[in-house]
Design a protein around this ligand. Structure first.
Ligand code: URP
Ligand code: ZN
Ligand code: ZN
Ligand code: ZN
Length: 473
């Protein structure tokens, strides 16, 4: 098998960093070596099949984006990145595994939805992938099928307290699904917003002529995120289900998570880059219909209420455990523009799969998180939370050689055209400047990005079966 030797870099893990050389044999990491070591008399820097000089750079485990929606059906259209385009963009940005969501629509068999997602992804991906199961129709058949998910390598499922008439589950359905979660150990992932209440406010706003994208954020008030988060936590407490709240944006929801964790409950949360950098006023409130670019749920929060500061803080204190993107891109033309004159018709979602590693690295530069915490929240904890650890999320012998060489002296200008590779006609991150750059990316030992250029192949990425969460107490 072909060997790859990465030398001269600083290997960063969730717990420390140090100078080390990394030896890869085929698809796996086989050794971490003291710089300058020889192996059985051989200088690997001359004998390995591929030699990568990482001098002055960080060598980190490939990013794991645990929340993406390639080709997701939403509001009469579907997310504009396919598994092919979305995973390629992910690779470009230093992400080597995605966990996407298989979507069970109302009336559909759970097993059929999973088969559909397998057929959409199989042979298309640039990097490895797995699935969570969205349970959009909690009924007796679905509940029975959920018990079989672990045999399929799927160990987490998502429920929605939002989107009545689409993916929504009422409290009775949530309790039943959580009982399965408690019995099986499958992790319950919750979209925690009070959908019926949001729909009342949205209808009233539109009737009053308040139809601009900005009002998406007003209808989806923080109280309705806090309330749903609290309700999910209490139903988790009641049933004993391990619970993970997705896309947390409101500081009050963070407070609910922190209190439950302090009380010893198995409850976790993720946030997304948009909630760390973007706001209700500056983006959603942009003039005319521009704000539609940033319509996502949960919504961007007010910059006057310190949500961003508190979300960054929760990442430091481990009240939030990781950062995913909730990558769900739609083009302005032909997709977002369906909501001109009525914000409720704007498909919900932002595309960021390419930028998560960079945007969070900027948090290191800005002194918000440590270098080690960067690795932890973007790779190591996602691996542990979702049953991939050991194989992914760590640079250690035996692990898949999913490796990013990151250049702290590099620079990344995010924006349109050549500067991003997602299948979108705009960037939600236009104008963002990052003091660092993804240099080289390996996926299971194959170089997929070299000198900041994609050199991988479609279909290299394989489905990864997951174990039960390795994070729960
Ligand atoms: O706006 C969002 N988040 N779109 C994707 C679907 C979801 O709720 O995660
Ligand atoms: Zn060397
Ligand atoms: Zn959601
Ligand atoms: Zn999502």
């Amino acid at each position: 098998m072909a060997t790859t030797f990465i030398h001269g870099g600083t290997v960063v893990s969730a717990t420390g960093k140090g100078a080390a050389d990394v030896l890869v044999d085929g698809e796996r990491i086989v050794a971490l070596l003291e710089p300058g070591s020889t192996v059985l008399g051989a200088d690997l820097a001359t004998t390995a099949d591929t030699v990568i000089d990482a001098t002055g750079k960080y060598v980190i485990p490939g990013g794991i984006d645990a929340h993406t929606h390639m080709s997701m059906p939403f509001g009469g259209t579907q997310a504009s990145d396919t598994f092919e385009t979305g995973t390629r963009a992910a690779a470009w940005g230093g992400t080597t595994t995605i966990i996407d969501f298989a979507v069970q629509k109302f009336g559909e068999r759970l097993q059929d939805s999973l088969a559909t997602w397998h057929s959409m992804a199989d042979g298309e991906c640039a990097i490895d992938y797995s699935f969570h199961q969205i349970v959009g129709d909690v009924n007796a058949d679905s509940l029975a099928a959920m018990a079989g998910l672990q045999d399929e390598g799927i160990t987490s499922f998502k429920l929605f307290m939002a989107y009545p008439g689409v993916f929504y589950s009422d409290d009775a359905q949530i309790v039943r699904a959580m009982q399965v979660s408690a019995e099986t150990g499958l992790l319950t992932m919750m979209h925690a917003e009070n959908g019926p209440a949001i729909d009342v406010l949205a209808e009233q706003l539109v009737a009053a002529g308040k139809t601009d994208p900005y009002y998406h954020g007003i209808a989806r008030a923080w109280q309705l995120e806090e309330e749903a988060t609290h309700r999910a936590i209490m139903l988790g407490n009641l049933t004993g289900a391990p619970l993970y709240i997705v896309h947390v944006s409101a500081k009050q929801a963070v407070g609910q998570l922190a209190a439950a964790r302090d009380a010893g409950q198995n409850v976790y949360g993720e946030t997304c880059p948009q909630y760390l950098y973007l706001s209700l006023e500056d983006q959603l409130g942009a003039p005319g219909f521009e704000g539609a670019k940033w319509v996502c749920s949960t919504p961007l929060r007010s910059k006057h209420d310190h949500h961003q500061d508190e979300v960054w803080q929760a990442l430091r204190t481990n009240d939030l455990q990781l950062v995913s993107t909730d990558h769900c891109p739609f083009c302005m033309k032909g997709q977002k523009d369906m909501g001109i004159g009525d914000f409720t018709k704007i498909p919900n979602g932002i595309g960021s799969v390419e930028h998560r590693m960079d945007l969070l690295y900027q948090g290191v530069v800005d002194g918000k998180i440590s270098l080690e915490r960067w690795v932890e929240i973007t790779a190591t904890t996602p691996a542990r939370m979702f049953g991939l650890y050991g194989r992914k999320g760590v640079i250690a012998p035996g692990a898949d050689a999913d490796i990013v060489i990151y250049d702290p002296a590099g620079h990344t200008s995010i924006g349109m055209g050549k500067t991003h590779h997602m299948n979108m006609d705009y960037s939600a991150w236009e104008g963002y400047e990052i003091d660092g750059a993804v240099d080289t990316v390996l996926s299971r030992g194959s170089v997929v990005v070299a000198d900041r250029d994609y050199v991988g192949t479609k279909g290299h990425g394989k489905f990864v079966r997951r174990e039960l969460s390795q994070y729960l107490i």
